[in-house]
Design a protein around this ligand. Sequence first.
Ligand SMILES: [Zn+2]
Length: 220
Amino acid sequence: MPLRKLASGFLSFREDTYLPKRELFQALAQKQAPKIMMVACSDSRVDPAILTNSDPGDIFMVRNVANLVPPFAQDDAKHGTSAALEFAVNSLEVQHIIVCGHAGCGGIKALMTADPAIADARSFIHNWMNIADEARRRTLLMHRHHQLPEQLRALELEAIKTSLANLLTFPWVLLRVQEGKLRIHGWYFDIADGSMHMYVPDEDRFRPLTLELVAQLQDL
Ligand SMILES: [Zn+2]
């Protein structure tokens, strides 16, 4: 009875969260002013709002297959992620964009293993995962002597870096980053050990999340 679980979950939310925080919700009914945008995977196990104990209004969220940011492109395709990015940066003027990847990503695995599910060039996932194809090539080059699990983890991390680079291909993202009004971050969640890692650009590596590291990376 999956729907029944959702319905009773909503009733609990109303009782335990909505009613005690009614003032917050009434204020949010007028407008949203999140300081953070996140790009996370659609995977059911990695809901960033749950992982970060966030409140409604805290995070402007996009979730897609493998938490990818496509490069800037002006054509007639329906760019859902880019549209959300545009709204977050130009209208909401968020101060941070976090690309949040995760261990055990099905999209990344499909790309790395040439899964038949995405072999069809007309498949939406095939076309979408192309965004990380260069990252896949880099990963295979760097980790050609490693086993698949290490390669998958490496590609999950490498794809986050691709998305961070792609963010800067959007002229208004680049401008706000250069003006010091916007910071971009890469996070990586591992559900097996409950850890979160953050990308440190100066060191080109991911380090465990600590409040000190957050402070170091968010100085505007
Ligand atoms: Zn995923």
